[in-house]
Design a binder for this molecule. Sequence first.
Ligand SMILES: C[S@@+](CC[C@H](N)C(=O)[O-])C[C@H]1O[C@@H](n2cnc3c(N)ncnc32)[C@H](O)[C@@H]1O
Length: 328
Amino acid sequence: MPLFAAATAKRPVPTRDAGAASVILPEHYLRTPLTADLDRLCDPRRPAEDVLFVNVAAKYFFAYVYEGAHRAVVPLPEITRLFEQFSRHQSLNEDGDDVEVMNSLRQWSFALRMLADLPKTAHILRSVALRRLPPEVLERPYVGLDIGTGTGILMLAARIQARRNGFDEPEILGLEYDRPVAERSGRLTEDLGTGEVVFADARYVSTYSLIAGKDLSFVSNETVSATHQRLRREHFVKIFYALFDACKGRLKHTVFFPEGLIVYNKEMNVSVMLSRINGFQGTPEYETLDFYPQGLFIEGRVVPLHQLGEEFLPYLTQMGRSLISRRW
Ligand SMILES: C[S@@+](CC[C@H](N)C(=O)[O-])C[C@H]1O[C@@H](n2cnc3c(N)ncnc32)[C@H](O)[C@@H]1O
């Protein structure tokens, strides 16, 4: 009996030798299931080492494609093979590729591309997971909202954040408007006990009736375009506009990811910080201008987008660095 199967087709993991090359340095790969790493990170008495975030990101990537793999010890070569296949999934299959797996990668391509950027995903995971919540948030039930949840990886980060801040049963909701992604992420987050994914467009105020009357503890919105693309190409600003409209004044103590987004306009030669203070909208005179993302304010400091995740690169092999995709 195979331990896990491709999520859409319930097919077994390939048995051919996946080779000795690895995406993560073997000495940093923990031979534990995703669920065990997650339990470790959720326990506030245990240190949240950087290596755990890299392992969680890599194992989540594999478990997204191979249903049931979150409970298994997956050999590192199998994970590496999936990264290698993902690096060429937009092209034609090679001999020996599992057609169902390759087609799944194409179905979930955009969301997986974010997740598969292991160093940046690990950095974002850490920044969310280790946030200390303010007293006002600690006093009420934990409600997390991950907007544009993609694979649901930031819902997982929110769960760790909640657990490390003492909440045993956090309520976490993800919004996603790509149906195949929402369906797969919904099953995985249910399997992991992370929360619920709702198929919805987060640009509409009406979408937030889902959280009516609730005080949000944490909100993540990582619908940020690439540095060479206009910010408005993605829905970051529109989503926050709708959220702040729907929640009218109830986001005063909410913790956000990102805490701030720094964007640049070349005509005026200015950089602006979008944050909770301005509803992530900037100032009105900038409304008609084109902005390009430059950096995040996270972990109490400004991080240029190209440097995000640099601290996690030493966990990867040279081959791993060439295989991973890029968020920015
Ligand atoms: C850049 S990805 C980020 C995914 C995830 N948060 C992560 O960190 O890996 C953005 C996701 O938001 C979704 N999305 C974009 N605009 C949306 C909208 N208006 N409503 C719901 N989902 C949206 C996209 O389909 C995509 O899966």
